[in-house]
Design a protein around this ligand. Structure first.
Ligand code: NAD
Length: 510
């Protein structure tokens, strides 16, 4: 990533150098990725060494060798090692939280939270592993059936940049506790903290059980298409998912795909626009500068209440949203992660204005913020647009949100479901029963009630998409099950020694 500012200033933190690691040791050979600070693009945060295609193959081979003994390791021992890893990653929050903030632009409290989440996710998976792995046994007059649950083998995890450790551990924890081994390929946009934190996890595991390799699309596709890779877990955009799907098809490799969303928030006519309600919706939109798959990305409000809504939204956001350096603990909105993504958002807002949209600036800028040094963009709410505007139709993935009026709940549902995507969504009502009823009609993998985004997540609640937002689930028992396949062991009664010869025309199971 090249710098966009011409006057370097002395770096407060020396740049960090990290390597990919596989088979228990550092690997490289594919050149270096450099990452600058999105809040101050004159600062080189660090570099990470990539692998080439041969390095990717070597990582798969090492992961396969490790699998042969890891799957045979008693569950109790695997769990003990993963619990020790959870303690280590939790203890790394002070060290790697600020590093993540500096490479990604996400506010530092949320970055420390990624390490806390990683520890909690590891512990949750350990706690539920025995249940996920338990045999299902039926022994009756039809015979004896044992459905055992077995790991796949080597898993490749490909993750995006916006929550790099959270989105990695959601694959690493369930895959490892169930006996698989895993290779994580992070995004070049946030490669550093995830590598450092996962190396803390790997220190507690046998070599090759957990590897992290960096590289371009060729490395990613090698990690997907290799015949020893038995499962692919991908989180990212739809265009990349098609390339990953093509590569996986070559070896009939099953996938979990967690893709983009254009999440509708349906505000019903009975809601009081209290500070608390507005705060939940505003943070549901602007966490990580709106660069979150499950952020509220279009808000539908009864047409008769739009002016009231906009007034309250702007008023409460003025108190909550502070744009600036993500290391400043008073800042709640950092810069964007790339100038390209900022341009996409600016273009969508400009297009909305050309259609008669009205842009409402939200929040304040922290004192001392040099907007020209980073990829900053002040949050905005856009009113006066209709459902067919690109800012409503497309996943903006940045700090702006359109508000659209509706006449009836039925109309609002038609607009909410008028999308190829179906990741998350929300319904807002002071009548929770009514909200749940409306929520049933939304085409999405997750509908939050009276909240949106991170606040609505739970380790026990399966999360994923419908339609082109992907398939498969993370979180909960469904997320653990993604890394297990069934193996049926069956002795039908008629085949048991001493059993009477089965009638030739009997139907299995009757
Ligand atoms: P992206 O699709 O550009 O990249 C995702 C990953 O794929 C990166 O690691 C990238 O290096 C890798 N990659 C790129 N080309 C590849 C190829 N040919 N083969 C294999 N790997 C390849 O996505 P992004 O810009 O990093 O992330 C933003 C997108 O991710 C948004 O659409 C967002 O909604 C989505 N997302 C979804 C979830 C979810 O849980 N559903 C969570 C976060 C982000």
């Amino acid at each position: 990533m090249s710098s966009t500012h011409s006057q370097p200033k002395p770096a407060a933190h020396p740049p960090i150098d990290l390597s990919s690691f596989a088979g228990g040791h550092p690997v490289g050979g594919g050149g270096w990725i450099e990452r600058v600070n999105p809040a101050d693009t004159t600062e080189l945060v660090g570099r990470v060494e990539q692998v080439d295609r041969a390095g990717a193959v070597a990582a798969v081979t090492a992961a396969h060798t490790a699998f042969l003994s890891w799957r045979a390791t008693p569950l109790e021992q695997r769990c003990a090692q993963l619990l020790a890893a959870a303690d280590s990653v939790a203890a790394s929050a002070e060290e790697f939280g600020p590093l993540l903030a500096r490479e990604l632009g996400k506010v530092v409290g949320d970055c420390r939270g990624e390490m806390g989440f990683a520890a909690a996710c590891l512990r949750w998976c350990v706690e539920h592993a025995e249940e996920a792995l338990a045999d299902q046994i039926v022994d009756d007059d039809l015979g004896r059936l044992v459905v055992s649950r077995i790991p796949y083998g080597v898993v490749t995890a490909i993750v995006p940049w916006n929550a790099p450790l959270i989105l990695s551990i959601l694959k690493v924890a369930p895959a490892l506790v169930t006996g698989n081994t895993i290779i994580v390929k992070p995004s070049p946009i946030a490669p550093l903290a995830v590598t450092a934190a996962l190396s803390r996890v790997a220190e507690h595991l046998p070599p090759g059980v957990l590897s992290v390799v960096h590289g371009g699309p060729d490395v990613g596709e090698t990690l997907v298409a290799h015949e020893l890779v038995r499962k692919v877990a991908f989180t990212g955009g739809g265009v990349t998912a098609v390339a990953v799907g093509r590569a996986a098809a070559a070896t009939i490799t099953p996938m979990v795909l967690e893709l983009g969303g254009n999440d509708p928030a349906l505000v019903l006519d009975d809601v009081a626009f209290t500070d608390s309600m507005m705060e939940r919706l505003i943070f549901g939109t602007f966490l990580t500068s709106g660069q979150v798959c499950m952020a509220a990305k279009r808000i539908y409000v009864p047409r008769a209440r739009i002016d009231e809504f906009v007034g309250r939204y702007v008023e409460v956001a003025a108190e909550l949203l502070v744009l600036g350096d993500p290391l400043d603990p008073t800042v709640t909105v950092g810069p964007m992660a790339s100038p390209q993504q900022r341009q996409i958002v600016e273009d969508l807002v400009a297009d909305a204005v050309s259609r008669g949209g009205v842009v409402h600036q939200l929040g304040t800028v922290a004192a001392g913020t040099d907007m020209a040094r980073g990829w900053f963009l002040q949050p905005t709410l856009v009113s006066g647009v209709e459902h067919d505007a690109p800012i409503v139709q497309l996943e903006q993935f940045g700090p702006t949100v359109p508000v659209v009026g509706y006449e009836s709940v039925a109309d609002a549902l038609v607009m909410a479901n008028d999308s190829d995507l179906g990741l998350a969504s929300s319904v807002w009502s002071d009548d929770e029963h009514r909200a749940f009823e409306v929520a049933r009609s939304i085409e999405a993998g997750m509908t939050f009630i009276n909240c949106h985004n991170r606040a609505g997540m739970s380790l026990r609640a399966p999360f994923g998409g419908v339609k082109q937002s992907g398939f498969g689930r993370e979180f909960g028992m469904a997320g653990l099950s993604e890394y297990l396949q069934s193996h049926s062991l069956h002795a039908p009664a008629m085949a048991r020694p001493g059993a009477a010869h089965a009638a030739a025309n009997s139907y299995p199971g009757q």
